[in-house]
Design a protein around this ligand. Structure first.
Ligand SMILES: NC(=O)C1=CN([C@@H]2O[C@H](COP(=O)(O)OP(=O)(O)OC[C@H]3O[C@@H](n4cnc5c(N)ncnc54)[C@H](OP(=O)(O)O)[C@@H]3O)[C@@H](O)[C@H]2O)C=CC1
Ligand SMILES: Nc1nc(=O)c2c([nH]1)NC[C@@H]1CN(c3ccc(C(=O)N[C@@H](CCC(=O)O)C(=O)O)cc3)C=[N+]21
Length: 283
């Protein structure tokens, strides 16, 4: 039986700190607020929105939403970003990605006010992840993965880490953060040849492919820690990860469940960034 790495154990201390910061801000008459921009009805975006909204509520942070149709134009999305940029009562912004293909995502991402960039959307913020210089906030999901490793005392120094996925939201920044923690990192993607044998060599396996069940028992080995970032909705409408949990869990040392793993830490990290953005502005 693998040890379950539980999101709620990781977020307990984080949430207490956030609540204290929220109380201090409210005492000064500041109401920390997250702005959400969603384009279309993607299920994984909607489940993140639900989780983030709930987390805001329990931590006393307000939430304002702009919802646009899947066929929204570049101008409409840019206008939404401009609106949240100009709104002094919004301290941090979440824009779900990837955006529909017809949009110029880079232009939209970089239109955001860097001070409100709580999920590392702008190139300026992302540069900080690669250079190690403190620029803005790191992306919430890879940070959540690192929080889990830290909380459970999983030391990365000298370990082999394999990341499946190379997106700017998860895979690439996660690889940089693992390097910073002194791991030796391999990044896999759809052109990787013989992924199972690469993954089996890992001490720490981070999976962010966005395909339910890609990681089967052939990808894992005893002794491994598996962090399942994937959030997919199965045929019964239930959340499931990218790892075939039932067949992988008996083999490895430690694993994050879905739900109850990375996703719940991500929303806490996000709300923490919003509160920190408000603190930087006023305190
Ligand atoms: N738990 C959480 O808090 C969060 C969860 N997620 C979830 O994580 C998953 C990944 O998200 P994101 O990075 O944004 O997704 P993207 O679709 O942007 O990227 C997926 C990456 O995985 C690679 N990939 C896809 N299929 C395979 C495969 N069969 N074998 C190897 N590599 C593959 C792709 O490779 P290539 O580049 O070659 O196309 C790509 O680099 C999604 O399920 C998403 O919902 C995302 C953010 C937060
Ligand atoms: N710019 C951007 N950043 C993202 O991080 C991002 C994104 N776009 N697009 C969509 C995906 C998907 N994703 C989810 C995160 C948490 C839950 C989630 O359900 N969280 C629950 C808990 C789920 C669990 O317990 O595992 C909660 O917080 O209560 C779902 C989905 C983020 N993503």
């Amino acid at each position: 039986m693998a040890k379950q790495l539980l999101g709620k154990e990781v977020t307990a201390a984080l949430n207490e700190r956030i609540k204290a910061d929220v109380a201090a801000l409210k005492e000064k008459g500041i109401n920390p607020t997250l702005g959400i921009i969603r384009v279309g009805e993607n299920e994984s975006d909607i489940s993140y929105e639900r989780g983030a909204t709930k987390r805001c509520e329990t931590l006393g942070v307000a939430c304002e939403k702009i919802l646009l149709p899947a066929d929204a134009t570049q101008e409409q999305v840019l206008a939404a970003v401009d609106k949240v940029n100009k709104d002094d009562n919004i301290h941090g912004v979440l824009l779900f990605r990837p955006l529909p293909k017809h949009l110029n995502q880079t232009e939209i991402e970089n239109a955001l006010d860097p001070a409100k960039d709580v999920d590392c959307m702008t190139d300026g913020s992302m540069s900080g992840v690669f250079t190690g210089k403190a620029v803005g906030f790191p992306p919430c999901t890879p940070q959540a993965c690192m929080e889990i490793l830290d909380h459970y005392g999983i030391d990365c120094t000298g370990k082999k880490a394999v990341v499946i996925g190379r997106s700017l939201v998860v895979g690439k920044p996660a690889a940089m953060m693992l390097i910073k923690k002194n791991a030796t990192v391999t990044v896999c993607h759809t052109k990787t040849v013989d992924m199972p044998s690469v993954a089996r060599e890992a001490d720490i396996l981070i999976v962010a492919a966005g395909r339910a069940g890609v990681v089967t028992k052939d990808y894992v080995a005893p002794g491994q820690t598996v962090i399942d970032v994937g959030i997919n909705v199965n045929a019964e409408g239930k959340l499931c990860g990218d790892v075939a949990y039932a067949e992988v869990e008996p083999i490895v040392d430690a694993i994050t469940p879905v739900p109850g793993g990375v996703g719940s830490v991500t929303t806490s990290v996000l709300v923490g960034h919003v509160v920190e953005a408000a603190k930087r502005k006023y305190m």
